[in-house]
Design a protein around this ligand. Structure first.
Ligand SMILES: C[S@@+](CC[C@H](N)C(=O)[O-])C[C@H]1O[C@@H](n2cnc3c(N)ncnc32)[C@H](O)[C@@H]1O
Length: 226
């Protein structure tokens, strides 16, 4: 049986077949490049994007010279990414299908980032497993950046039984029917507690308003080592 967090597969299929456009648009968020520069991650170092969706950020970083491994649980998303990369003649991203919560992947990285994925995970055990995946795939000196939707004060939790239900959503000028998917927005206190529980060390947390598609994004910069 499909897990609730796989509902994005339906949403991507619905949007791609109806509009031929990307659900998240093509505009990357420059903040991840700024953070790679801040942490002095060289263009030769290993970088992983967890839950890359339609690939706009990985493709942008690759166009800037970085080599990225990027995966998503959605096959539709990864097919979209591969086609986009081909169209744009981008060769520096290795896109693949994988579930961050269920795999036996072993490779470790110097830098991991994830955009708008953790807030899709509603169940406590899934959220912790996601953070542990990041912890387990960082090199000893590795750093990661986790972005989720929220303002640090609000809380919200959807019913995971409704993740595959259709709902009307605005897409540009159109209204289209897409899978509801899932969402859990938490306060800073909870997010920072979860990060600590996973064994990751928080270095900095803040609200950013520059992430494409999100009016407010909570960003946490973490390290593997103490
Ligand atoms: C809100 S979208 C964000 C996609 C992309 N990061 C972006 O910024 O546009 C959430 C993504 O997380 C993916 N996802 C959810 N759970 C996942 C999991 N367990 N493993 C890998 N990807 C997952 C979904 O398929 C979806 O593409």
């Amino acid at each position: 049986m499909k897990k609730y967090y796989e509902a994005y597969e339906d949403r991507y299929k619905q949007v791609h077949s109806k509009t031929k456009k990307a659900w998240a648009g093509e505009k990357p968020s420059e903040i991840f490049k700024t953070l790679l520069e801040k942490y002095k991650i060289s263009k030769k170092e290993s970088i992983l994007e967890v839950g890359c969706g339609e690939g706009q950020n990985a493709i942008f970083l690759s166009e800037s010279g970085y080599k990225i491994d990027a995966f998503d649980v959605s096959e539709e998303a990864i097919n979209w990414c591969k086609n986009k990369a081909k169209e744009k003649k981008v060769t520096g991203v290795n896109f693949f299908i994988m579930d961050a919560l269920d795999n036996d992947y072993k490779k470790k990285y110097n830098f991991i980032y994830s955009v708008a994925v953790l807030h899709m995970l509603v169940e406590e055990e899934d959220r912790l497993r996601f953070l542990k995946f990041i912890k387990d795939h960082l090199n000893e000196d590795g750093k990661a950046v986790i972005m989720v939707m929220g303002d640090g004060k609000m809380e919200k939790k959807t019913d995971i039984k409704k993740a595959f239900d259709l709902s009307k959503r605005k897409f540009g000028e159109e209204i289209i029917e897409v899978a509801e998917t899932s969402c859990r927005i938490v306060k800073w206190e909870k997010l920072l507690r979860e990060i600590k529980e996973s064994g990751l060390n928080e270095r900095k947390h803040y609200i950013d308003e520059s992430v494409s598609g999100f009016s407010k994004a909570m960003i946490v910069e973490v390290e593997n080592k103490n």
